[in-house]
Design a protein around this ligand. Structure first.
Ligand code: PMP
Length: 411
C-alpha cells in the first residue's frame, strides 16, 4: 500500500509553521482537536464567498448551491463510514450532541425501571453522563465493563454482564485517555444476541483507522468533525435506517417538518427529522473537505504511519527513567499517556509548552479510567497523520531534560 510522507503532509497544515516561544510548534494534542489542512480552510472561504445561503427553502441559485454542497458533504460522510444510505447520516454539533440526542429520544422512550445500560470503564464523560442521567431519571441501572491492567476491556466480564435486561451497550472504539482500541464489532455481535442496541463512540477512531459501520454492525456511530481535521461545531450521528425511522424527533422547529397545523404535526423522515432549525451548513461542507483530504491519503496508509509512530514513541518513552506508560494494550491507536513518579502532569505539560510542544495534561474528561490506575491526571501526547518521528524525538529529549532539571537549550 501507499506510504505517507509526513514532511509533505505537514505543509498542507499552515498552523504547523507557527513558532511557540521561539520554537517550531510540535502539535501532539490531536486527541483534543486536530489541525486543519489548507483545503478545509479554503473550502470554508469558498462557501462563504460563492455559495452562502440557507438550504432547501428558497428557489434561487445560491440556495441550490448551498443545498448541493451540504448534501454532497452528507454523501462524503456516508462513504467515509460505509453507511448504506445518506438518510442514515444526521449532522449534529459533535459526538457529545449525538450521544445526547440518542439518550433523549430513543433512550427516554425505551428505557424502563430495572433496564440496564452497559458502558465500559474507558468511556469519555460524554458517553457516561447522558446515560447516567437517563438511568437515574427512569430507574435504570448503569453497568460498567472493567478493563485489565493493560487498559483493554475484560471481554469475559462483558459477556457475563449482558443479559435480558440489557437494552443498550454504549462504548468507545478508541479510548481518548489510553488509546486502547476496543473490539467493538465482537462486542456489538454479543450485545445484539441479547437484543440490546449498540452505540459506538468513534470520536477518537475516525482520524486513525478506516471505519466501516456495516462491519461493526452497530446501531449508532458518532463522531466530531474537529477531531478528523474538520471544523468545530459539526459532527455526525449515524444510525441504521430502521432505528432512526423509529426514533421521535429531538429538537423541533423548522426544517424537520412535513406539515404543520395547530391541530397536528407531521415530521419529516430522517435525517431531516433530527436537523431542526438552520444547521451548521458551512462547517458540514468543511467536514466534507476534511474527509476528502484523508481519503486521498488513504486511511490505511494513515493507520500504518501512525502505528509506526506509536511503536517508536512507546520505545522512546519506556526508556526514560521514572516514566510510567498508562495503557499498554496490544491494540492501541493515537495516544501515549504517561506519568512521572515525581513530577505532576501539569508541570510536565507547561515545561513542554516552553519548548513549543503541545500536549494535554489532565484528566481528559475520562476520570473513571484514570482512577482505575490510581491517577487523577496524566500527560497525554496524541498523534495524527502529520506527526513524525522527529516530533517524538523532541518530546523525549525535552522529557529527559525535565527529569534531570536541565534547562532547554536556547531556541
Ligand atoms: N468521546 C471521546 C472518546 C472523545 O475523545 C471526545 C472528545 N474529547 C468526545 C467523545 C466528545 O467530543 P466533542 O467534545 O467533540 O463532542
Amino acid at each position: 500500500g501507499s506510504v505517507l510522507d509526513a514532511a509533505t503532509v505537514r505543509r498542507d497544515f499552515p498552523i504547523l509553521a507557527e513558532t511557540i516561544h521561539g520554537r517550531p510548534l510540535i502539535w501532539l494534542d490531536n486527541a483534543a482537536t486536530t489541525q486543519k489542512p489548507q483545503s478545509v480552510i479554503d473550502r470554508l472561504s469558498t462557501f462563504y464567498t460563492h455559495e452562502n445561503s440557507n438550504i432547501h427553502r428558497a428557489a434561487h441559485t445560491l440556495a441550490a448551491r448551498a443545498t448541493d454542497a451540504y448534501e454532497a458533504a452528507r454523501e462524503k460522510v456516508r462513504r467515509f463510514l460505509g453507511a448504506s444510505s445518506v438518510d442514515e447520516i444526521v449532522f449534529v454539533r459533535g459526538a457529545t450532541e449525538a450521544i445526547n440526542l440518542v439518550a433523549q429520544t430513543w433512550g427516554s422512550a425505551t428505557l424502563r425501571a430495572g433496564d440496564e445500560i452497559v458502558v465500559t470503564e474507558l468511556e469519555h464523560h460524554a458517553n457516561i453522563v447522558p446515560w447516567k442521567r437517563l438511568a437515574d431519571a427512569v430507574g435504570a441501572v448503569l453497568r460498567v465493563v472493567p478493563v485489565d491492567d493493560s487498559g483493554q476491556v475484560r471481554l469475559d466480564i462483558y459477556r457475563a454482564l449482558l443479559g435480558p435486561r440489557t437494552r443498550l451497550v454504549a462504548m468507545t472504539q478508541v479510548s481518548n485517555a489510553l488509546g486502547t482500541v476496543v473490539p467493538v464489532a465482537e462486542m456489538t455481535a454479543l450485545a445484539h444476541r441479547v437484543g440490546a442496541r449498540v452505540l459506538v463512540d468513534g470520536a477518537q477512531a475516525v482520524s486513525h483507522m478506516a471505519v466501516d459501520v456495516r462491519e461493526i454492525k452497530c446501531d449508532w456511530y458518532v463522531f466530531s468533525g474537529h477531531k478528523v481535521f474538520g471544523p468545530t461545531g459539526i459532527g455526525v450521528l449515524y444510525g441504521t435506517g430502521d432505528v432512526l425511522e423509529a426514533m421521535a424527533p429531538w429538537q423541533s422547529g423548522g426544517n424537520m417538518i412535513a406539515d404543520v397545523t395547530f391541530e397536528r404535526i407531521v415530521y419529516q423522515a430522517p435525517p431531516a427529522r433530527f436537523e431542526a432549525g438552520t444547521g451548521n451548513i458551512a462547517d458540514a461542507v468543511g467536514l466534507g473537505a476534511a474527509l476528502d483530504y484523508v481519503e486521498a491519503l488513504g486511511m490505511d496508509a494513515i493507520a500504518r504511519h501512525e502505528h509506526g509512530l506509536l511503536d517508536y514513541g512507546t520505545a522512546l518513552l519506556r526508556a526514560i527513567p521514572g516514566l510510567r506508560l498508562i495503557g499498554t494494550a496490544s491494540d492501541k491507536a493515537g495516544v501515549l499517556s504517561f506519568v512521572f513518579d515525581d513530577i505532576p502532569p501539569l508541570e510536565v505539560g507547561r515545561a513542554l509548552d516552553r519548548e513549543g510542544i503541545a500536549v494535554r495534561a489532565g484528566h481528559h474528561c475520562a476520570q473513571p479510567i484514570l482512577r482505575r490506575f490510581g491517577l487523577e491526571a496524566t500527560v497525554r501526547p496524541s498523534l495524527a497523520l502529520y506527526n513524525s518521528p522527529s516530533d517524538l524525538d523532541a518530546l523525549a529529549a525535552a522529557l529527559r531534560r525535565l527529569r534531570v532539571g536541565q534547562p532547554a537549550p536556547a531556541p
